[in-house]
Design a protein around this ligand. Structure first.
Ligand code: MG
Length: 166
């Protein structure tokens, strides 16, 4: 068994009065602020990818998908996640379980958590019971509390899977 942790932060743009949709956990969630990012800025998937890569000893998301590469500009983080899962499988592992925590004052995501679990499980080819998603605030403290940015943590356990292919 191999354990991995991931952490990611993205900055919010200043609100411009227009409602936005932001990507969180593979789901579009309404927000009064856009996220500034090279990709679609899905902090939850980025933390999850880092946890998966970390558990497999494969470095981090920036190594595999550099933000200096125009190929990844605006890319759906779900695409990155499926590529990471392929790399994990090629190295002989499958997901045991993943536990994600979103840290944000806003948007409130309680009603989207089951959709996130479904979407992440579908993209990873796992059962929904292998994915847990939760969200917390920081009681108004720090950059998340001031609404300047949004953060996510992920912890995963990998299990021995198919034979190593490469
Ligand atoms: Mg990121």
């Amino acid at each position: 068994m191999r354990i991995g942790h991931g952490y990611d932060v993205h900055r919010f743009a200043e609100p411009d009065g227009e409602p936005k949709m932001i990507a969180l956990g593979g789901v579009e969630v309404p927000s009064d602020r856009a996220i500034i990012a090279h990709s679609d800025g899905d902090v939850m998937i980025h933390a999850l990818c880092d946890a998966l890569l970390g558990a497999a000893g494969l470095g981090d998301i920036g190594h595999h998908f550099p933000d200096t590469d125009p190929a990844y500009k605006g890319i759906s983080s779900r695409k990155l996640l499926t590529e990471v899962i392929e790399k994990i499988a090629e190295n002989g592992y499958v997901l045991g379980n993943a536990d994600l925590t979103l840290v944000a004052e806003k948007p409130k995501v309680a009603r989207y958590i089951e959709s996130m679990r479904q979407q992440l499980a579908a993209d990873m080819g796992t059962e929904i019971t292998q994915i847990n998603v939760k969200a917390t605030t920081t009681e108004g403290l720090g950059f998340e509390g001031r609404g300047e940015g949004i953060a996510a943590h992920a912890v995963v356990l990998l299990l021995p899977g198919q034979e190593k292919l490469i």
